[in-house]
Design a protein around this ligand. Structure first.
Ligand code: SAM
Length: 231
């Protein structure tokens, strides 16, 4: 999978060289390229923003540098890319969206800053035949300073679904928001007694059927208590 990220803060993406995502890139399961939006400006100040039409607080990201950056990346893509624009006004990001993005051969993430990107950018690329889809996605119902953190979260969650990125594929099956849609049961490791707290007896019983039943019950209970909307 090829992922292109456009941002005015390329250094934000240094963590993608670490841990499982870094290893995935070393193994060529994933190829991430980060582009500086300011490289697509032509003035001495490398300006990417201007005041909003209609007035109001804050600045808006200009369409021209975005279009130059995106046109160049799209022209170099092997397959029609999906363009993802993080915004608090977008569709809520979920595990099922991570799953669909993980199946996409070419993804472009456009990290907004200030009050966001001139709305004509989304409109223009929605009409382009060389773009598969334009998605506006929110990480959650809160406002970040920029799209970078949202894009890091999206890349991490979709990349771990690419076959070979996570060592044991079974660990993906039993997770929260997995196939059964429930939250995961509580997990424990050694020692069996820690600060007067014992590991539940069933987990050290060696009885796999009982363990499976207990875990299923715990999953349902925790989901009922914390996220009844998922049931
Ligand atoms: N004025 C915008 C609004 O009210 O919808 C918020 C702009 S925010 C300060 C700047 C940028 O941060 C956005 O363009 C977007 O890229 C990113 N951002 C902020 N919150 C986000 C969220 N919850 N999910 C995804 N991206 C977010």
């Amino acid at each position: 999978m090829r992922i292109d990220v456009v941002t005015i803060f390329p250094d934000y993406f240094a963590p993608l060289t670490l841990s499982l995502i870094g290893k995935a890139q070393d193994k060529s399961l994933l190829d991430v390229a980060v582009h500086d939006l300011r490289d697509y400006t032509h003035d001495v100040h490398r300006t990417v923003d201007d005041s909003p039409y209609g007035g109001g607080a804050g600045m808006v990201m200009k369409a021209e540098p975005w279009a130059e950056a995106l046109d160049e990346i799209i022209a170099q893509s092997n397959a029609k890319p999906t363009l993802v624009i993080p915004t608090p006004a977008g569709e809520l990001f979920t595990q099922s969206r991570a799953e669909s993005l993980a199946q996409t051969p070419n993804l472009i993430f456009a990290c907004g800053r200030y009050e966001g990107i001139d709305a004509r950018v989304v409109e223009h690329y929605r009409g382009r035949k060389d773009v598969a889809e334009v998605l506006e996605i929110s990480l959650g119902d809160y406002v970040l300073n920029g799209g970078e953190v949202a894009v890091l979260a999206m890349i991490e969650s979709l990349a771990r679904l690419i076959p070979g990125v996570v060592g044991n594929p079974q660990s993906l099956v039993e997770e929260s928001h997995g196939l059964d849609g429930l939250l995961e049961y509580p997990v424990y490791t050694k020692p069996p007694l820690w600060r007067a707290l014992a590991v539940p007896e069933v987990l050290v019983s060696g009885n796999h059927a009982r363990i499976a039943t207990w875990r299923a019950e715990q999953s349902r209970l925790i989901t009922e208590q914390r996220r009844p909307d998922l049931l």
